[in-house]
Design a protein around this ligand. Sequence first.
Ligand SMILES: Nc1ncnc2c1ncn2[C@@H]1O[C@H](COP(=O)(O)OP(=O)(O)OP(=O)(O)O)[C@@H](O)[C@H]1O
Length: 263
Amino acid sequence: MPDQVRDGLAPAVRVEGLWKRFGEQIAVAGVDLTLPAGRFIGLVGPNGAGKTTTLSMVTGLLRPDQGRVEVVGHDVWRDPAAVKERIGVLPEGLRLFERLSGRELLAYTGRLRGLPGDEVDKRAAQLLDVLDLAGAQNKLVVDYSTGMRKKIGLAAALLHNPEVLFLDEPFEGVDPVSAQTIRGVLERYTSSGATVVFSSHVMELVESLCDWVAVMAGGRIRAQGTLAEVRGEAPSLQAAFLELVGAQGRDAGESLDWLGGAR
Ligand SMILES: Nc1ncnc2c1ncn2[C@@H]1O[C@H](COP(=O)(O)OP(=O)(O)OP(=O)(O)O)[C@@H](O)[C@H]1O
């Protein structure tokens, strides 16, 4: 999609003053984010930065203590049905109906989404084929490997052709061949004007896939913008990231002087 058309669209996600506390722990501390539509967006940050908590609030899975979230112009908490119609979600720690086969899971998801049966059949067959799950379509989900679970979860999230797709660590536990397949599907999806928002720790992946990045640490957004804006003068996104999250110069294990294995 040409940049001038894409940049004229309403933001895919607008977040204002988002907070979430778990007991003493402040997980999300006043996040403001505007994610443009039609982009491949990476949300990156160290362990515990607040990425999953933020994505859970943005997708209506977790109620914020404070703040506002709009997805494609609809308030997530005032108008949840309008938002859920327009989004697909692959959450962290994905829970699936284990006693259904992959094919049945897609049939069930399609019906829940209100799609006609023949359309569900057609889309499910195509997704299973493209994601290389056709051979396992009659196997129960409980017997799927980690990567197969990610792929069937992705197929379920894409079935209704959402406007925005949220993926929490979609490539974790996925082999390079499957990662390439998922990548191809997502690139095709965004090239038609849809938006992907995904969280990851893998900077090389984000750098090669995303054209827009938000960096999170300590419950706050440290930088957001195009890949080039966030990278700035740094040689790589990894270097920019380490600088932004203040990890430069951290003890890289020197204090573990007993560690080495040799006797
Ligand atoms: N349900 C919960 N109860 C208590 N604390 C929580 C809960 N969920 C998250 N936290 C805390 O909130 C902080 C942010 O966690 P979150 O899972 O959002 O981070 P993350 O950036 O997704 O991390 P990771 O990359 O390791 O998955 C962490 O300190 C975590 O321990």
